[in-house]
Design a protein. Structure first.
Length: 161
C-alpha cells in the first residue's frame, strides 16, 4: 500500500503540482483527461521529472501513487490526489474529497481499489481503452454496450437452454 505523506518542506510556488508516473500508460490516459478538466490550474509533472525537487518524499513512494502537492506544502496521495484535484476542475466538485476525508469506509474502499489498480496498471489500461475508447479527451461509453450485450446473451441463453 502507498504511504500517505502529509506535507513537504518544498512546496510549489505558482500552483499545485500533480506528480505521476510518466512510464504508466494508464496514468498518462487519465492525466490527459484531468488536464482537459483542470485547464492550467494544476501543473502536471512526472515523478521522473520532479522527484529531485522533493527530497523529503522517498522516490519509492512516488512510484507507488500519484501525489497532488499544494502551495502550502500539503500533499494528497493516491485516490485523494485525484479527489482533491476535482476542486480545480472547470466545474469544481468537492464531494469526493469530502467523502474521502470524512468517511472511513469510503477511504478504505478508495485506498484498496487504488492499490489494486496500481498493481495491475497494464490490465487496467487495456480495460480503460475497451470501456472508454483510446482517446481520453473524448470518452466513449463502450462499457454500456458491452454490459448490454452481456445481458442480452445471458437472456437469450436462459430462454433457449
Amino acid at each position: 500500500m502507498f504511504s500517505k505523506i502529509e506535507k513537504t518542506a518544498f512546496p510549489p510556488l505558482e500552483k499545485p503540482v500533480m506528480v505521476w508516473d510518466g512510464n504508466c500508460g494508464f496514468c498518462n490516459y487519465w492525466i490527459i483527461r484531468w488536464k482537459s478538466k483542470t485547464g492550467d490550474r494544476i501543473h502536471y509533472k512526472t515523478f521522473q521529472e520532479v522527484s529531485k525537487n522533493y527530497p523529503d518524499i522517498p522516490l519509492k513512494e512516488f512510484k507507488k501513487a500519484s501525489r497532488l502537492i499544494e502551495m502550502d506544502g500539503q500533499i494528497y496521495s493516491g485516490p485523494n490526489s485525484a479527489y482533491r484535484s476535482f476542486l480545480y476542475f472547470n466545474k469544481p466538485n468537492e464531494k469526493w474529497h469530502r467523502w474521502y476525508s470524512e468517511s472511513g469506509w469510503f477511504t478504505y474502499l478508495s485506498d484498496h481499489t487504488y492499490n489494486f489498480i496500481a498493481k495491475h496498471r497494464s490490465i487496467m489500461f487495456t480495460l480503460t481503452n475497451i470501456l472508454f475508447g483510446k482517446n481520453p479527451n473524448v470518452l466513449k461509453p463502450y462499457w454500456f454496450f458491452i454490459i448490454l450485450s452481456i445481458v442480452l446473451v445471458i437472456y437469450l441463453l436462459s430462454k433457449f437452454l
